[in-house]
Design a binder for this molecule. Structure first.
Ligand SMILES: NC(=O)c1ccc[n+]([C@@H]2O[C@H](COP(=O)([O-])OP(=O)(O)OC[C@H]3O[C@@H](n4cnc5c(N)ncnc54)[C@H](O)[C@@H]3O)[C@@H](O)[C@H]2O)c1
Length: 331
């Protein structure tokens, strides 16, 4: 396959490693608005580099979009119009209206689109989903979600990220839907700026919390931070009438027990998302290539991305207006 990768930044570099080494990929072409960045990434892995337009026009069998969020919609639609199967990093667009337009434009072309919510390819989340489906937790009553980064992204990234709920917690919202099989009914969110002022300058917060009520009455709570000194902490706790399962409670969970004599977890805490989700990213890219070859459907559609964005929009609105926001208000 001839595969194009647009965006040679943090996540682009991660995808490049898996694409470059994949047995189905004969040629990898990397395009970035900053061509020198594309060249620096392409050189060591034997890929070719160029500007984004040249890469898109190179007769591709598949394209991976890993550029800033504000550019996804245009690039995704261009790829679909050229008939090239697309993998697009989350979110599809910074707002609901653009996401809806992209969904309709992409649907008209019939080109398959896979949106990059990599937690769907993580072994722990997949096992929890199966346990809920099989009824091993009994009736699900409570869910707790945590996403906490050890260090904040740069100010420039924060300015165009859409805020902590659209940028970061959107992964938690996707997992809430995917693992429980239910939809969110309402969101009440709060947040604060306790770190660098560039968060509040961008209208954003660096610590966050929310209460989400699901459409079957299950209650979910959420917490996030851009300054989690203990390490990269991503967890999902699910409690039902027959059991409690915890995703992310592994030997490297950045947690310390306060109980005397309890030394678990013993490992070095996870440091960042690339390390924590490396197997999931590899799995995700492999699944995308299968979809691009026509061997599988999309494992995460634009409609799925739209639903996760709806929850993020409701959370952002709740934070801004200080009230509970029913999702029906945004539909
Ligand atoms: N799924 C995940 O776990 C995950 C993790 C991080 C980021 N992301 C998403 O990936 C996207 C990129 O994030 P990042 O952290 O890698 O950003 P980044 O700023 O590190 O990299 C973006 C790159 O895109 C290039 N670029 C900008 N405009 C372009 C254009 N029009 N065409 C081609 N290249 C262009 C920039 O020069 C830069 O090299 C964001 O949408 C973000 O939400 C997803």
């Amino acid at each position: 396959m001839r595969v194009g990768l647009l965006g040679a930044g943090r996540i682009g570099a991660s995808h490049a490693r898996f694409l470059g080494g994949h047995p189905q990929v004969d040629a990898l072409l990397i395009g970035d608005a900053d061509v020198r960045r594309a060249e620096a990434l392409a050189g060591p892995i034997g890929a070719r580099a160029g500007d984004p337009d040249t890469v898109l026009a190179a007769g591709l069998d598949a394209v991976v979009i890993a550029t800033p969020t504000s550019t996804h919609a245009e690039l995704l639609v261009r790829a679909c119009d050229s008939g090239v199967p697309v993998f697009c990093e989350k979110p599809v667009a910074p707002d609901l209206r653009t996401t809806l337009e992209v969904r309709d434009r992409a649907a008209k072309t019939g080109v398959p689109v896979h949106v990059g919510f990599q937690r769907r390819f993580d072994a722990g989340y997949a096992a929890a989903r199966q346990a809920v489906l099989d009824g091993r937790l009994g009736t699900l009553h409570r869910v707790h979600l945590v996403t906490a980064d050890p260090a904040p992204p740069p100010a420039e990234y924060v300015r165009s990220s859409g805020g902590i709920f659209r940028d970061c917690h959107i992964h938690d919202f996707d997992m809430l839907r995917w693992v429980t099989g239910r939809e969110v009914d309402s969101v009440t969110a709060v947040g604060a700026n306790r770190g660098d002022a560039y968060f509040s300058d961008a209208g954003d917060v660096d610590i966050s919390a929310a209460v989400l009520v699901m459409d079957d009455g299950t209650l979910a709570t959420l917490q996030g931070s851009r300054y989690n000194g203990a390490g990269y902490d991503v967890r999902m706790e699910l409690s039902g009438t027959a059991g409690t399962w915890v995703v992310g409670l592994d030997e490297r969970a950045p947690l310390r027990s306060a109980e005397p004599g309890v030394d678990w977890p013993p490992g070095d805490p996870w440091t960042d998302f690339q390390e924590r989700f490396e197997p999931a990213y590899a799995n995700e890219i492999g699944t995308f290539l299968e979809m691009a070859r026509g061997r599988a459907g999309s494992p995460c559609t634009v409609d799925d991305a739209l639903e996760a964005l709806l929850v993020a929009e409701a959370a952002a609105l709740s934070l801004r207006e200080g009230r509970r926001v029913p999702l029906a208000e945004l539909r």
